[in-house]
Design a protein around this ligand. Structure first.
Ligand SMILES: Cc1cc2nc3c(=O)[nH]c(=O)nc-3n(C[C@H](O)[C@H](O)[C@H](O)COP(=O)(O)O)c2cc1C
Length: 414
């Protein structure tokens, strides 16, 4: 019987354990978690979502406070177009987060950064260009383009000296999205080094509509593999979403996938950025406690625990401090929803906003408990303490369980 360890992910002449820990925004996939994946010979991700607040927490910088101070005069205004990011400071925070992570890297694995196009940051092209170029400047091993079609992303960095040497990949949820990306990037004469195919059971934002349940990862993977073969395109495919055991992973590796991307199992790792009380909520969750809803202002459905404090919370938009989801015109669907509720409830001290959430604030505070579909199985991966709580796991334990387990078994911690 095969194990994940019988396979290798090949990038040129590099061979890696074919386990990639997916990016989990706003520092849920921390540098510590990514460093463990690399030390163990796989691929880890950090994320550049809200990188300035991540830097503040990690390095005691004051980016968020300083931005708020600069735009404080605008807090009560619903007009946010002028609340622009200072590109130099975005670059500085990116350099620090990535640079320090790469300096600490040990082992044969790699560290990539997850870069979401939907973080439009009030100037989509300019900010994305800085984020991508600075990631390359800072020595990241690779960039995974996420949450968006990224039709212009390769062109934004095609003149960068590392454009052809860094690993560049994209997350897609359909063959059509991949075809579009390949067509639009063809001019740069560079194929992606890998394609993560994310199915409907993943955590975070989904690349499907609210009809996500009608799709199935295996079908999409097969369709994309057949297309790549027919076109003689040698691009490693990496399925993601609901791959919960080593055996699940083997079933993809045996049928031509180059690696798997996993995340949910690592949300209960010591090295994960979620606070421990939130990790216990993940452990406790039953299937009924998880939903896919439309409250993300990005317009993508998002999976989360139904008891996330973010749901229904009507906090005042925090764009002067954050503003990562402001579109090219300074709008965000949460601002519209919030203003509507304020107008409907004149004089109310606090409103409730049910249809959208202030995702920046809620993710930053770990109050939007986004999670994968199989979160309700996490309790089967650990032991219970006497007080009823669950034991957190080391990333190494989870990684090795994926790497060496057979028969759909999950090793419990000793
Ligand atoms: C808590 C959490 C946060 C996530 N955040 C992001 C993100 O910021 N960007 C992204 O591209 N994918 C994100 N994902 C998706 C994962 O990177 C990964 O592709 C997917 O969850 C794999 O499926 P699994 O969780 O069933 O293993 C997130 C997943 C989880 C569980």
């Amino acid at each position: 019987m095969k194990r994940v360890d019988d396979f290798r992910l090949r990038f040129g002449n590099r061979e890696l354990v074919p386990i990639m820990i997916g990016g989990m925004g706003v520092d849920i996939s921390t540098a510590e978690l990514a460093l463990e994946a690399a030390r163990l010979g796989g691929v880890g991700h950090i994320s550049d979502a809200m990188i300035k607040t991540v830097s503040d927490r990690r390095f005691k910088t004051h980016y968020v406070k300083d931005k708020l101070k600069r735009f404080k005069y605008n807090v009560a205004s619903s007009e946010k177009a002028e609340v622009q990011f200072d590109l130099g400071l975005v670059a500085e925070a990116t350099r620090m987060h990535i640079g320090r992570t790469m300096e600490a890297k040990r082992g044969d694995g790699m560290i990539f950064i997850n870069c979401m196009e939907k973080l439009t940051m009030n100037a989509p092209r300019e900010t994305l260009r800085v984020r991508l170029a600075t990631a390359l400047d800072s020595g990241i091993d690779g960039i995974t383009l996420a949450a968006g079609l990224h039709l212009g992303s390769f062109a934004l960095i095609e003149d960068h000296p590392r454009f052809r040497d860094a690993k560049l990949g994209i997350i897609v949820s359909s063959l059509r999205a991949l075809q579009l990306f390949l067509r639009k990037s063809a001019r740069t004469n560079r194929l992606p080094d890998y394609v993560v195919i994310e199915g409907p059971l993943a955590g975070g934002h989904l690349g499907f509509g609210m009809d996500w349940a009608q799709y199935d990862l295996r079908t999409i993977v097969t369709e994309i593999q057949q297309y790549l073969q027919a076109e003689h395109l040698d691009i490693p495919v990496i399925p993601a979403g609901g791959i919960f055991t080593g055996s699940d992973a083997v079933s993809y590796l045996e049928t031509g996938s180059a690696a798997v991307q996993v995340a949910t199992r690592f949300t209960v790792a010591n090295e994960c950025g979620l606070p421990e009380d939130v990790q216990q909520e993940y452990f406790k969750a039953s299937e009924d406690d998880i939903e896919v809803n439309g409250i993300s202002p990005t317009g993508y459905p998002m999976r989360m625990l139904k008891n996330s404090p973010a749901i229904g919370d009507g906090i005042r938009p925090n764009c002067e401090a954050y503003g990562y989801l402001l579109d090219a015109n300074g709008n965000c669907a949460y601002i519209t929803a919030y203003n509507r509720e304020v107008a409907l409830h004149p004089g109310a001290k606090k409103v409730s906003v049910l249809d959208k959430t202030c995702l920046c604030t809620q993710m930053r505070n770990f109050d939007c408990w986004t999670c994968g579909h199989y979160t309700y199985r996490l309790k089967d991966t650990s032991r219970r303490n006497e007080d009823g709580s669950y034991q957190l796991l080391s990333a190494e334990h989870i990684f090795h369980d994926y790497q060496y387990s057979v028969d759909n078994k999950i090793a419990l911690p000793t």
